[in-house]
Design a protein. Structure first.
Length: 317
């Protein structure tokens, strides 16, 4: 689902050159090269990188199953209908005391935050929370690893969305050297037990992995360098991870092998087309909730070309 590539676009001679531009080139130098961003201030706020030739940089096509991206009109219609369903699901969760946890993990710039924004856009904020934890404090580093996540789990009638979750320990932390190998191996052993305990306790747990191809990630990082409204999104860790694509891929594949289990399976969301990815992520979550008066025609058949199980061998363990 996430492909490696040696050439980011016609605007760089190699992937290494593109990475060097992002790390050391100034915003002014990028603009002088003829690159620009459009669409920033539109209502959809889905910016497009434009090349020196005046044409959009279409790296989203890499490995994408569709020849065209979802149109704004299609997106707005689907999003509205799905957000109405989200409100129905939330009403049932609140009335019956259910607890929903959705984890949003994935590649940098894969669209996790923008998807969460569409999830909560019209939900009752009294019953829906987003949890985006910073780096652990010294006190938290001395605690049980899951402890700082447990304190944010929902109470009866609540929905909680983790913008990056405990699964950071399976991918980001070992790749970037933020945990020891013993801590990493212990996490892989313990996390299926932890998640099974949550589900046995009655939580509805949905795990989403947002997948973007390498060329499209480079394009989105470039947009963040150029667009002053997005420069805060390009962190030093994003830049440090640019040439560790293969390391992230290996860690992700191991995570799927070890943590994709019947109580809490993974669902991969392909987000080269952000709009399709968002609506299919919402559709998938709704398909996992058995609320009354569900519009089954709308939500019970997520697009299998966009969302589905991770590509691992064998049945669920």
């Amino acid at each position: 689902m996430e492909s490696h590539a040696s050439m980011p676009s016609s605007h760089w001679s190699s992937l290494d050159e593109a990475i060097e531009w992002l790390r050391s080139g100034s915003t002014g130098e990028l603009i002088k090269s003829g690159l620009s961003v459009t669409g920033t201030f539109q209502e959809l706020d889905d910016p497009v990188l434009v090349g020196p030739d005046g044409e959009p940089v279409e790296t989203w096509r890499q490995g994408h199953p569709y020849d065209a991206r979802m149109t704004a009109a299609e997106y707005e219609q689907e999003k509205r209908l799905l957000q109405i369903e989200l409100l129905r699901a939330q009403a049932w969760i609140q009335e019956t005391g259910q607890r929903l946890v959705v984890t949003f993990d994935g590649r940098d710039a894969a669209g996790k935050g923008s998807t969460i924004k569409r999830f909560i856009e019209h939900l009752n904020p009294r019953g829906a929370r987003v949890v985006a934890l910073p780096a652990p404090t010294e006190t938290e580093r001395g605690q049980w690893f899951f402890q700082r996540y447990v304190r944010h789990l929902p109470t009866a009638g609540e929905m909680v969305m983790f913008d990056r979750s405990w699964h950071n320990r399976a991918v980001v932390e070992p790749v970037m050297g933020f945990c020891t190998d013993d801590q990493y191996q212990e996490f892989l052993r313990a996390v299926p037990l932890f998640e099974e305990m949550l589900v046995n306790e009655g939580l509805i747990l949905v795990k989403l992995w947002f997948s973007v191809t390498q060329l499209e990630q480079i394009t989105r990082f470039t947009i963040r360098r150029i667009d002053p409204m997005r420069q805060w999104k390009l962190s030093p860790m994003d830049l440090a991870s640019l040439d560790r694509w293969d390391d992230y891929t290996a860690a992700k594949d191991t995570m799927f092998q070890r943590t994709h289990h019947p109580a809490a399976p993974w669902t991969v969301v392909r987000t080269n087309d952000k709009k399709r990815g968002r609506v299919e992520a919402i559709r998938h979550v709704l398909s996992r909730i058995d609320y009354p008066d569900k519009n089954a025609d709308l939500v019970d058949r997520p697009d299998p070309l966009i969302v589905g199980p991770p590509p691992i061998a064998g049945d669920l363990r």
